[in-house]
Design a protein around this ligand. Structure first.
Ligand code: SAM
Length: 285
């Protein structure tokens, strides 16, 4: 039997099948196994662990995850890579299970048998990457122990952004409600085949302890949408419709949350939005 490290290089496998990347599926492949091993190491995957990978494509990252000893469930919309993924499965003694479906429709929480915790590691397709992250952050109960994800660098910056930066907004606040997020390293566009227009970066997220999470994400979404929807405006103006909808006085709401009414949203730490969301919920109840 061919072992994983006896398989031909990923690029040669793709060439053998004569496959071209599909732009509509956000396909930009990593052929360099040193890079995919670096991502697997950053995810800290190891023997006995269950990893979910969205978009294995020809399997460069999949191979690295399997080499670490983890079992991998991979989800891809594109069936053309099935012959390559079958070879990888055989070379890993059946440690790879591939589902050919839209990851946006996959119920990832049920992938681990008997609720086994899982890590998600992916070079995400750019067109659905942010939505997948939001789905994973808002999942109840949280079914993952870490997310190690590659995004376009600009999206990675929005995930880890701190108050005061232009990248800071709804995505950073939602992320901070649930997880600790770090930007790990960049991957230059030239490392991909075909190269995308922009560089990418890998981010790593781990859930906060349950008691430290802000659970009312629906209220948080209402408040941050109103505040960042008009980010140039002062909060006393941008939050007015949101306050009115639940019979709150904007001035009193901001005072109770100890926020200056002349502030703009980008200067507020996530905790200030949690406070606003708590008061908004109480008024709505
Ligand atoms: N992991 C491979 C690598 O690093 O070389 C491929 C990554 S490529 C950026 C994104 C992959 O996601 C492609 O294989 C594409 O077919 C797949 N994909 C795109 N949209 C998808 C969706 N909605 N559900 C599942 N897979 C999807």
């Amino acid at each position: 039997m061919t072992a994983l490290d006896d398989l031909p290089p990923v690029g040669a496998c793709v060439e053998r099948l004569g496959l071209r990347a599909h732009k509509s599926l956000g396909q930009h492949f990593l052929f360099d196994l040193n890079l995919t091993r670096k991502i697997a190491r950053a995810a800290g995957t190891g023997p006995g662990e269950l990893v979910v990978e969205v978009g294995p494509g020809p399997g460069g990252l999949t191979r690295a995850l399997l080499e670490s000893g983890a079992k991998v469930i991979a989800v891809d919309k594109d069936t053309r890579f099935a012959p390559l993924l079958d070879e990888i499965n055989t070379a890993s003694d059946g440690a790879l299970d591939v589902r050919y479906e839209d990851a946006l429709r996959t119920n990832m929480a049920t992938l681990g048998s008997h609720g086994q915790p899982l890590k998600i590691v992916s070079n995400l397709p750019y067109n659905v990457g942010t939505q997948l992250l939001i789905n994973w952050l808002t999942a109840k109960p949280l079914f993952w122990t870490s997310l190690t994800l590659m995004f376009q660098r600009e999206v990675a910056e929005r995930i880890v952004a701190k108050p005061g930066s232009s990248a800071y907004g709804r995505l950073a606040v939602l992320t901070a409600a649930i997880a600790d997020a770090h930007l790990l390293f960049d991957i230059p566009a030239a490392a991909f085949s075909p190269p995308p227009k922009v560089d990418s970066a890998v981010v790593h997220l781990t859930p906060k302890p349950e008691n430290d999470r802000f659970a009312d994400l629906d209220a948080l979404e209402h408040v941050t949408r109103a505040a960042f929807g008009q980010r140039r405006k002062m909060l006393r103006a941008s939050l007015k419709p949101c306050a009115k909808a639940v019979g709150l006085d904007t001035g009193r709401w901001l005072a109770e949350a100890e926020i200056a009414p002349t502030n703009r949203p980008e200067v507020l730490p996530p905790e200030a939005f949690f406070a606003l969301a708590r008061i908004w919920r109480k008024a709505k109840a």
